[in-house]
Design a protein around this ligand. Structure first.
Ligand code: KIV
Ligand code: ZN
Length: 527
């Protein structure tokens, strides 16, 4: 039977250990709009390391100076997890990656080249034999620079098995230690993917010297199921991302794989080193920095994942939690709240509450968050955990912004035109403007255009209430695009228009930061 007790079922043997490879910062960041700053990547790397993720893929170093810097800086601060950088199967990419991971205590070069007929013919425009040669050349070169080489057969699930076998053998002969068989386009289904691993492991020469790895995209909603099937087929590394972030429909969600292996340890006889009590914090952090909200009914980390609304369920829960809970919220870091916050709460209680919610802030950030909390508590009768999370994430997202919203007044209502009066500081200098618009939000955004002229196009404007009640904070996400660059901003406030202005300005700041970081050698993120 599946019960919370299974969460602590003992692992079988070292052979059943599954290496968890997190690619939130690489594949995850490749999803349109999910950009992360260097500081955010460093913070995320710390959380992942604390969570005991085995491998952190920190970026694609040749893609831009920003990616290179992220891999290099993460390599410097992480000591327990292996740091991987992605590269294509060419010497320039590999040298750049080797340079980026130079300071890593444990570094990995991850080389990818496509093996499917479709990709070889149309994307690479190469002959299959040339692909095999490129594998041998690139992996051998990388092996001279680093001991830990992973080789990926892009679009493995649509590759011809015989060619895939030859490609894997070439990679193993040249010195690859991990062989990744990605379902790049989310096309496979569980039994087919399991059979692919069984077949390759049984027939490839040298298969027993390497670790096979899954990497599943979620185009058909099968990424986690396929990853688990891949493990059952013999894979012992699983590539995944927090909140399932990734190209298109995303990657397999780390939290779902880890908890599936834990909760169903009775049937899935494998284990990981991940400490799941950090999952909620990691999920909230990734959502805050990317501006990608976590859907309410998302497994493990959704707001409703442990909520019981119907009378029958609540009654069952009161009698015995196991009636409707296969794992506890505490096991994934959703603490049962012990501290109720309000306007009389002091800084010690506030710090304790932040700790309970998984935040460890530095002295200045803590002071700043406490001032914001007091302001909020003056406006709102009940300050819920979600309010505090929104408030802290908001502060973390906008702390270093060059443009800051100082003051906003808006005239709205049935009699147009709606008008916004806005004051911002840009690098400390005050600027004001007023503008009308087709509705109050349009007026606010037009005023921002006046104080900070820019060409960016609004791609997303999204509002949701953080908690219930008419005094709930509004959490606003804004996505902007300019010249193919996309940036997201987020803000929360009890005033929806203020939150909108702050979110827009935050996105604009992120866009400027991205522009500054773009290197002359920046390439499109594809490979
Ligand atoms: O989806 C994919 O094929 C990838 C590779 C780089 C592993 O992301
Ligand atoms: Zn991928």
């Amino acid at each position: 039977m599946t019960t919370p007790a299974n969460e602590s079922a003992a692992p079988r043997s070292e052979r059943d250990r599954v290496i968890v490879f997190d690619t939130t910062m690489r594949d995850g960041e490749q999803s349109p709009g999910a950009s992360m700053s260097l500081e955010e990547k460093i913070e995320l790397a710390k959380i992942l390391e604390e969570m005991r993720v085995d491998v952190i893929e920190a970026g694609f170093p040749i893609a831009s100076n920003g990616d290179f810097e992220a891999v290099r800086e993460v390599s410097k601060i992480v000591t327990e997890s292996t740091i991987a950088g992605l590269c294509r199967a060419n010497l320039v990419d590999i040298d750049r990656c080797a340079e980026a991971i130079r300071h890593a205590k444990r570094g990995r070069i991850h080389i990818v080249i496509a093996t499917s007929p479709l990709h070889i013919k149309h994307k690479l425009q190469m002959e299959p034999e040339d692909v095999l040669e490129a594998i041998t050349r690139s992996v051998s070169h990388a092996r001279n620079l680093c001991d830990d080489i992973e080789w990926s057969a892009e679009d493995a699930t649509r590759s011809e098995p015989e060619f895939l076998r030859r490609a894997i053998e070439a990679a193993i002969r040249a010195g690859a230690r991990t062989i990744n068989l990605p379902d790049t386009v989310g096309y496979t289904y569980p039994s087919e993917y399991a059979a692919l691993f069984q077949d390759m492991i049984a027939t490839v020469e040298g298969a027993d010297e390497v670790v096979f790895s899954t990497h599943c995209h979620n185009d058909l909603g099968l990424a986690v199921a396929n990853s688990l099937a891949g493990i059952q087929g013999g894979a012992r590394q699983v590539e995944c991302a927090i909140n399932g972030l990734g190209e298109r429909a995303g990657n397999a969600a780390l939290e779902e794989i880890v908890m599936a292996l834990k909760v169903r340890a009775d049937r899935l006889l494998y284990f990981t080193s991940v400490e799941p009590q950090h999952i909620t914090r990691a999920s909230r952090y990734v959502s805050a920095i990317t501006g990608f909200p976590v859907q309410f009914n998302k497994a493990i980390v959704g707001k409703n994942a442990f909520a019981h609304e119907s009378g029958i369920h609540q009654d069952g829960m009161l009698k015995n939690r196991e009636t409707y809970e296969i794992m506890t919220p505490e096991s994934v870091g959703q603490a049962a709240s012990s501290l109720v916050m309000g306007k009389h709460s002091g800084s010690h209680a506030f710090r304790a509450k932040l700790k309970e919610l998984g935040y460890e802030l530095g002295q200045n950030a803590l002071k700043d968050a406490f001032v914001r909390f007091k302001d909020l508590a003056d406006k709102k009768k009940h300050v819920f955990d979600d309010d505090i999370i929104a408030l802290v994430d908001d502060a973390l997202a906008s702390g270093a912004d060059r443009i800051q919203v100082k003051n906003l007044r808006v005239i709205a209502g049935t009699e147009g035109p709606q008008e916004a009066f806005l004051t911002v500081t840009i690098d400390g200098e005050e600027k004001s403007a007023n503008a009308t618009g087709d509705g109050p939000v349009d007026a606010v955004f037009n005023a921002i255009h006046k104080v900070a002229p820019h060409e960016a196009i609004l791609r997303l404007f999204q509002v949701h209430a953080v908690t219930e009640g008419t005094d709930a904070q509004a959490q606003v996400s804004v996505r902007l695009e300019e010249d193919g660059r996309i940036a997201t901003g987020q803000a929360a406030d009890t005033d929806t228009l203020t939150a909108s202005a702050k979110a827009y300005v935050n996105a604009l700041n992120n866009l400027m930061a991205r522009k500054e970081k773009s290197a002359p050698n920046a390439i499109a993120s594809g490979f």
